[in-house]
Design a protein. Structure first.
Lengths: 171, 190
């Protein structure tokens, strides 16, 4: 009589754990494909985002549905080409076919050097050129590494902002 | 903590409540509808399993001949691709046959062999402008087994390892090509 008893006692937690796992997976999928709140850290985007203690909403849905939605000046999140699995955020400067100046500050390359962004790639740079590892180090980034864009900052509450695209066209 | 089983019992209780609520909310008694509902309910687990566990894919094209698709007049090879060792363990080994997202075309998957890892020196093949390349940090060199018939690192240079999606572990179709060999076999050549 022990066997059925044991089964009866074991069944609820096992079934419960399966349901919990399913709920966890559903949340995971939502965060992966729709969007999530992410903590940002690091000095590379300094005037726009502080070094520590800021949280932003990441929008993954737009890029997932329409990879052409990226515009010059957007804040883009992508997997670092140097460290697999690490998510980084930089500003998009060049789309495929654009001619970009490798480093306008002349820190990492002579400021006269220009490259054409190849097909399927984008050019990304941190707002804080002094303390940023970006396309100047690893070159144009494949679009397949891009995850999404940043939509708004939600924490700290006195600095809540919706990120606007700051670029303007010179006629 | 006096009762080590308590958190598990709490999770079980909570999920059972969710389960009961779900049952009560779907008031239909038609078995087909109920089955579809339950399949939909468990879909997230299935999708996440294919994302972090393993998935099944058909290999098209002839760039991996003679290892994959040795005879294009026959059905294409269908294989199990292991995502766990790539996405979770981040284990990359020279000689692995991997599927990776094309650096040139967004949304396209390619199947090639991982030849070199960061720090290695590779001798390139014709379309590449240089004769020898040192692989930078976080990158790898991917090449087809039929080098003159494939679009690979000789065309677009070292590829970020982050683009690698999964690792081919077992070809199970066509049946006569299946066996208990684990890929990659016959590597390094000679």
């Amino acid at each position: 009589m022990t066997q059925p008893n044991l089964l009866r006692r074991l069944k609820p937690p096992v079934v419960g754990a399966l349901y919990a796992l399913n709920a966890f997976c559903a949340f995971h999928l939502f965060f992966n494909y729709v969007g999530s709140i992410q903590l940002v850290s690091g000095p590379s985007m300094l005037p726009t985002m502080a070094e520590v203690g800021e949280a932003v909403i990441e929008n993954r849905l737009s890029f997932w549905f329409n990879p052409g939605c990226l515009k010059r000046g957007d804040l883009v999140t992508f997997e670092s080409p140097l460290t697999p699995g690490r998510l980084v955020c930089k500003r998009l400067l060049g789309l495929p076919g654009d001619t970009v100046c490798v480093d306008p500050t002349g820190l990492k390359a002579p400021s006269s050097e220009h490259v054409v962004v190849p097909r399927g790639h984008i050019w990304l740079m941190g707002d804080n050129a002094d303390l940023s590892r970006d396309s100047r180090d690893y070159g144009p980034v494949p679009l397949s590494l891009v995850r999404g864009t940043l939509w708004a900052r939600v924490y700290p509450f006195n600095r809540v902002t919706i990120f606007r695209n700051p670029t303007s066209l010179l006629q | 903590m006096h009762n080590p089983g308590r958190p598990f019992r709490l999770v079980g209780q909570l999920s059972r409540n969710v389960y009961d609520y779900w049952k009560a909310a779907s008031s239909t008694t038609r078995p087909f509808v109920r089955r579809v509902q339950s399949a939909l309910y468990w879909l997230p687990t299935l999708i996440v399993f294919t994302q972090v566990g393993c998935t099944v894919r058909t290999v098209t094209g002839n760039s991996m001949q003679p290892t994959l698709n040795p005879d294009l007049s026959r059905p294409r090879d269908v294989a199990i691709f292991n995502r766990w060792s790539v996405v979770i363990e981040r284990r990359y080994e020279r000689g692995d046959i991997v599927a990776f997202r094309s650096p040139r075309e967004h949304g396209k998957l390619l199947v090639k062999r991982l030849i070199a890892l960061p720090g290695d020196k590779v001798k390139t093949l014709p379309p590449h402008p240089e004769t020898e390349v040192t692989i930078p940090a976080g990158h790898g060199w991917l090449e087809g087994d039929a080098p003159f018939n494939s679009e690979d690192s000789n065309h677009f240079g070292p590829v970020p390892l982050a683009l690698i999606d999964s690792k081919l572990t077992w070809v199970f179709w066509p049946v006569d090509r299946a066996g208990f060999r684990r890929f990659p076999f016959e590597w390094p050549p000679g």
